[in-house]
Design a protein around this ligand. Structure first.
Ligand code: NAP
Length: 295
């Protein structure tokens, strides 16, 4: 068997096309452009590249991005204050804190300074809890992108055994919960898992989210399984691509699989945040009109 490619570039382009139309309608209706604020701490070249790519995608769909670049030596307190200012800023619809942040910063405290209504990267406890309770809210961007990619190819999930390798709060853990919400039977593997090969070999769907090239050997993949490789380190995914593609039914390439979907979800969720803020504003104005009565 040679796997069909799960083409993240094509699917992300389709999402961005839809958002472009939505942005134009939003501007016509509200006379303003949705705004994504990006916060970058320090000068890690990869993080700079990611933030630039996100700003480029914003421009492509007609949104505005506002960039806040901060010195690597910034304290947690100052960073939290800056993010709270963006949370309170009426012109900002979505906030992205590019991570990882430098080691001395309390990343969780910085994430929690993002107002849940603007948490378009889905990193706050509120977003996580809403996702875990299956109550909507903003998905963590990469897990949301993985689910959108699986759905684009009509991959069935109910009753299937999904093995998620990695359990970080922004990737492994939430993608497992999203798969569970779709009635997959989910196994989490992590650095203390013994017999990783045996777990992977029983998977109908494998999601690799580690960041260790070729950790998952092609020969472990069950024939016909779906392989989603979110890992990215040293220009490589976590899965040994060629031998895995020989056995899988579907597989994501690296690059061109999960990565483009992550940005598309971020932009899509920024559009949703802008729309939700305008809906809330209209409701507030309606309430004011109702309580003050006709003039
Ligand atoms: P992370 O926070 O470092 O988490 C890595 C996870 O891998 C941890 O849960 C860790 O287990 C587990 N792990 C480490 N060694 C392992 C092993 N030998 N066997 C099984 N599990 C092992 O990383 P992350 O932020 O989740 O990112 C993971 C990867 O995804 C990275 O390559 C990152 O670049 C990539 N990524 C891609 C995108 C995208 O848009 N494509 C977005 C985000 C991240 P413990 O919990 O036990 O330590």
């Amino acid at each position: 068997m040679t796997a069909q490619i799960l083409d993240g570039r094509a699917q992300s382009a389709a999402i961005l096309d839809r958002v472009t139309t939505q942005v134009a309608a939003f501007v016509a209706a509200h006379g303003r452009v949705p705004v994504l604020a990006t916060v970058l701490v320090g000068d890690d070249p990869a993080s700079h590249t990611y933030v630039r790519m996100k700003a480029n995608r914003c421009a492509k769909v007609g949104m505005q991005s506002r960039r806040l670049d901060l010195d690597a030596s910034i304290s947690t307190e100052t960073l939290v204050e800056k993010i709270r200012e963006l949370s309170a800023d009426p012109e900002v619809d979505g906030i992205l804190l590019q991570h990882p942040v430098p080691d001395h910063i309390d990343e969780r405290a910085a994430f929690e300074a993002i107002a849940p209504a603007k948490d378009v990267d889905g990193v706050t406890r509120t977003s996580f809890a809403m996702m875990a309770f299956d109550e909507g809210g903003f998905h963590s961007a990469t897990p949301g992108g993985i689910m959108a990619l699986l759905d684009a190819y009509d991959i069935p999930l109910a009753g299937r055994h999904a093995v998620v390798v990695g359990r970080s709060p922004i990737l492994g853990k939430p993608v497992g919960m999203l798969l569970l919400a779709r009635n997959a039977t989910v196994t989490y593997c992590h650095s203390r898992t013994t017999d990783l090969a045996d777990h992977v070999a029983r998977a109908d769907v494998v999601v690799a989210a580690v960041g260790r090239p070729a950790l998952i050997r092609g020969e472990w993949i069950k024939p016909g399984a779906v392989v989603v490789d979110a890992g990215y380190a040293d220009n490589s995914g976590d899965v040994e691509y060629e031998p895995a593609a020989e056995r899988a039914s579907y597989i994501t390439p690296v690059p061109g699989g999960v990565g483009p979907m992550t940005i598309a979800v971020l932009i899509d969720q920024t559009m949703k945040a802008a729309q939700a803020r305008e809906t809330a504003r209209a409701a507030r104005l309606g309430l004011t009109a109702a309580t003050t009565g006709p003039e």
